[in-house]
Design a protein. Sequence first.
Length: 254
Amino acid sequence: MIDTHTHLYSDQFNEDFSEMFNRALDRGVEKFFLPAIDSETHRKMIDLESQYPDKVYAMMGLHPCSVQPESWNKELQIVETWLNNRPFCAVGEIGIDLYWDKSTLDIQVKAFEQQIDWAIERDLPIVIHTRESFEETFEVLERKKHPKLRGIFHCFSGNLEQAQHAIDLQFILGIGGVVTFKNGRIDQFLNEIPLDKIVLETDSPYLAPVPFRGKRNESAYVELVAGKLVDIYKTDFTEIDRITTENALKLFEI
């Protein structure tokens, strides 16, 4: 299995990182893709990648919740410098988040568009964070439509129409713990989405799947997400593992 979205560098793992990481390996998670947040954690993320070559892969980007009036331009300069100085598997996580602060929408859109341009220039996929912002996110993607623009709608929690729109725009869906929630709703239509348009993720340490909902999430729990897809698609675990792994390796060109 592949966890396509995990914040392994989170401070929540400081006390027991080795045990947590080994649990994931023991459960069959072979690769871990780390989305960036902002300059406070870039170095820790990249150091972790260097400790586990061929297992851990870093992205680079500015999280929409870190797009703040006083610092976003400087943060973007830091992102661009990193992108110019070494390879990354993707630009992410980037996007629009209107759950916490709607007042920054204008600069969130500008930061999103700039990072999309960088991804297209470098022929890299993007990993999109969208929270209460599907309409705004799609508006940006339609404006920026390009043959090289592709990636993942991380932690997809929209409806069937939004899922199909994302796929039409050359994106695939990142499915995590939300699929196990009673109020998550995506389990009601996900079987209408081809498996070759889906990858597994945890977003650890956030959004732990049932039965760990509300507790710290970790990459080992990607197995529980895959298990839920077994029920939804009425197929066996090996098939879910094989197809979602192939999807991730193809997207990230690993």
